[in-house]
Design a protein around this ligand. Structure first.
Ligand code: ADP
Length: 211
């Protein structure tokens, strides 16, 4: 019997017979409770079944879609953000381009003398500034960056899905994760389209949902 089929059958049995013990579910399938234990644990963990005691099982009535939505509503920035890469305002365009290559990232953040967020630099910002310029060492990034108050930011307790929406609506590839300070914002993380892609892959590769 295919594992996913078996989970589906377990759900059907619980739906028709709840409350039901693991043992009784086993009897329906001609399998021991021990054999079913991993499936029951997954079905319980993913929310298809409910069992506080791990003895008696109930059907939660939640669909795949509802469970997926539940999961998405618990995906917070703090669990997915990566390390930010910041530059000072007087850094040169040359330095910014080198940093992008060295760090292998597409969005850089710029901070002022107090270490607070003052700008964002994208790949195209740097390409634009480079066209026809001979001395990229002499151009500071603060003349071409997108600056405060126009920076779209997020906080660690924001939902990943809201930030994904912001990226699409505002047409940007990344956001700084910030912490509010007295005179501005400290950059504590980075969220990019790669972050969202990874989270999406994690969600769909999560075999829990293939019941
Ligand atoms: P690219 O320009 O390489 O396609 P983006 O789409 O991220 O990359 O950037 C588009 C423009 O939006 C750039 O001028 C960039 O400075 C700006 N930008 C990028 N991220 C942000 C942000 N979080 N807040 C405000 N502006 C941003």
């Amino acid at each position: 019997m295919e594992l996913s089929n078996r989970k589906e059958k377990i759900v059907e049995i619980v739906k028709a017979n709840e409350p039901i013990t693991g043992e009784k579910i086993g009897e329906h399938l001609n399998l021991t409770r021990e054999t079913l234990r991993p499936d029951l644990a997954i079905l319980n963990m993913t929310g298809f079944l409910e069992s506080r005691t791990r003895v008696v099982y109930f059907y939660t009535g939640k669909s795949h879609f509802e469970l997926l939505t539940d999961k998405i509503e618990h995906m917070f920035i703090k669990d997915y953000q990566s390390v930010p890469v910041v530059l000072k305002e007087d850094s040169s365009v040359y330095n910014a381009i080198s940093t992008m290559f060295l760090e292998d990232i597409g969005t850089l953040f710029v901070v002022d003398n107090n270490g607070l967020l003052s700008g964002v630099l994208s790949r195209k910002d740097l390409l634009r500034a480079s066209i026809g310029q001979k001395d990229l060492n002499s151009i500071p990034v603060n003349i071409l960056m997108t600056r405060m108050p126009n920076i779209v930011m997020c906080k660690k307790d924001d939902l990943l899905i809201h930030v994904a929406r912001e990226m699409i609506d505002k047409g940007i590839d990344g956001l700084p994760v910030v912490k509010e300070r007295d005179n501005g914002y400290e950059v504590i993380g980075r969220v990019t389209k790669t972050t969202i892609t990874n989270a999406f892959l994690e969600l769909v590769s999560n075999r829990q949902f293939q019941v």
